[in-house]
Design a protein around this ligand. Sequence first.
Ligand code: ZN
Length: 62
Amino acid sequence: MTELACKKCKYINADTSICKNCGSSEFTKEWFGYVIILDPEKSEIAKKLGIKVPGKFALRVD
Ligand SMILES: [Zn+2]
């Protein structure tokens, strides 16, 4: 299983060609670190990163 980070929103997708968070099809294997967002509504990190769905997000993508 390859985990690819979306270049637009940093959502980490597994085995898909369309990002589940933003619908983008641009991914990168070059990502570092991640945060798991369980409740975007209540998470300060999610607000900062513009995250709207629960899931795993890369901290940095190249
Ligand atoms: Zn995305």
